[in-house]
Ligand binder design. Structure first.
Ligand SMILES: N[C@@H](CC(=O)c1ccccc1NC=O)C(=O)O
Length: 230
């Protein structure tokens, strides 16, 4: 079997767009090659590395339930199987950012995909937001999101990780943060700031978006990929 990786991750760099109220990303040089050679006295080789100051929710990342529910599990304690496994991506790109994603939209998108949701699946929502608004002033403000009913619909199908190509699974107007609220009710995870979902839409594939093993972490940046048959 011939396999191919599709990168679903955004780049990490100083100046990257970050969800409101989270830490902005700063990247500092710890030591240059020259400084290190001077420090060790080596005439042949020195190492250079940088220091990252980044939010646990910077760029493409997954959330531990503890982030928004103090009794929930932190990212290091959540089942690792929630972060990789069999996944599908469904097409919701026709839904206006002024609207919520509703259960009927999920049902229709699932039917159109020709796929089925199984217990333990990861479901990625292709909203088209990354393609339309990444690198614009609408990126952090103008996207669709799950209603309480549609998030519950996914959780009830046994979905363990809801991914999206937008800054959040919630609608930006939704002060109940319904997507997260439901993830907290079912103790499941969510993955935000994905990209390239157009390349996997309507397919079943293996998804990997493993968090760093951050002790007591509220979440973690990930390298999200889809493993597909060529
Ligand atoms: N996407 C956000 C989480 C988020 O949007 C959120 C989660 C729970 C309760 C409120 C939230 N948003 C706050 O503006 C994050 O990655 O931290």
């Amino acid at each position: 079997m011939s396999l191919r990786l599709i990168d679903l991750s955004q780049e990490i760099f100083q100046g990257m767009s970050v969800f409101p109220m989270h830490q902005n990303t700063f990247i500092m040089t710890n030591m240059t090659h020259e400084e290190n050679m001077q420090a060790t006295g080596s005439k042949s080789l020195g190492f250079s590395a940088r220091n990252l100051l980044i939010s646990e929710h910077g760029g493409t990342h997954c959330d531990g339930v503890w982030e928004y529910k103090p009794s929930g599990q932190t990212i290091d304690k959540m089942p690792i199987d929630y972060f990789w496994g069999s996944a599908i991506c469904i097409d919701l790109s026709h839904i206006s950012p002024t609207k919520y994603i509703e259960p009927k939209d999920l049902e229709e998108a699932l039917k159109n995909s020709g796929q089925t949701i199984y217990q333990g699946d990861i479901v990625l929502l292709y909203t088209g937001h990354y393609d339309r608004y990444f690198n614009t002033d609408k990126w952090q403000t103008t996207y669709s999101g799950l209603s309480y009913a549609s998030a519950t619909w996914l959780a009830k199908q046994g979905v363990v990780n809801i991914g999206v190509d937008a800054p959040a699974i919630d609608h930006p107007d939704d002060l109940n943060f319904s997507g997260h609220l439901v993830c907290g009710e079912y103790d499941i995870t969510n993955t935000e700031n994905l990209c390239n979902l157009d390349k996997v839409v309507n397919q079943r594939f293996l998804f990997f978006g493993l968090p760093l093993k951050i002790r007591d972490g509220s979440g973690s940046p990930i390298r999200a990929v889809a493993l597909v048959e060529k």
